[in-house]
Ligand binder design. Sequence first.
Ligand code: CUA
Length: 369
Amino acid sequence: MQTNSWVPLFPEQASTFAWQVDLLYAYLIIVSIAFTIPIVVAIFYFGLKYREREKYATPDEMHGSIALETVWSIIPFVISMTIFLGGAYVYYNQFRIPDDPAMEVYVVGKQWMWKLQHSTGQREINELHVPVGRKVKITLTTEDVLHDFSIPAFRTKTDVVPGRFTYLWFEATKPGKYHLFCAEYCGLNHSGMGGFVYVMEQRDFDNWLSGNVSGQTPVEQGRDLFENKLGCASCHAGGPQQRGAKLEGIFGHEVKLVGGATVVANEEYIRNSILNPSSQVVEGYQPIMPTFKGQVTEEQLVSLVMYIKSLSGNAGATTSAGDAGAKTTASNSAANSTVAPRADRGNSNTQGSNPNAPGSRNEPSNVNR
Ligand code: CUA
């Protein structure tokens, strides 16, 4: 499948911050060279100049030099501060997730594949299709060990950590096909855990999106789990007699816990409340909720979190220019809402791909590349 078997030293720059990373890197190299060469030269020069000429010679006393010491303090200070400021700027740009991403994708790592789902419902394995010139937010977790989601051409990557969510974002700048890697050793087939990111013109992306309808969106899956499969609604439906805390409107707000502490209801809090309900009991409620640890997959957890988020009007962003695709998806998934969710636990590589969909021409077999 791979177009190149060699790894370029500098991959293409294909995201808005790629040039910043390269510039910082070049600066670090130049600084390193600018110090290394004079130091090596000085070692040899002083080695020759001050070699032992006579036994037991007494060296001249030296009383220091304010000017010299000031210079060799100020220059390194300025250099290290420019490295710090440049690094902080680049880091801030890369890891402050934009508030208004045009599109969101959820990623679950697994030995040894990437399972991706768009907020409009389309699923992909080891492939990610995105439009050019749009901010894409990626939310990641893993169902087994530590992985690392890395797209060298975009100069970005993040660890994917068991038991928590991590995030990254990018805005691709040119259409093309770019490597996607796992950049953290994660077992036998770590080196095969990768694929490609396809950056497409918006029009092509819309076509791709509408050709890859794949049932429920994460929010719809979450609602299905909440209301039917897991029965969360029997306690959390929000009525007056409910034993479980009300969930509408909580996302992003502070929640008072038994014992007086408060927490902000974010993704992590919701996730923890599902897996370790007794660790953070909401004030006024009994610690009677059973744990759902082992009963929900990571993908289902993502869906539940997105559903609960949507109860506060925070539905996952959809690509605004992809309305046509999104609508098709919505109407199709409405029709499919009674269909059981796909078996996410198995090794099925066919989940979410529709062999008859026009977009499937881009869907090579997903097995171990
Ligand atoms: Cu997953 Cu290395």
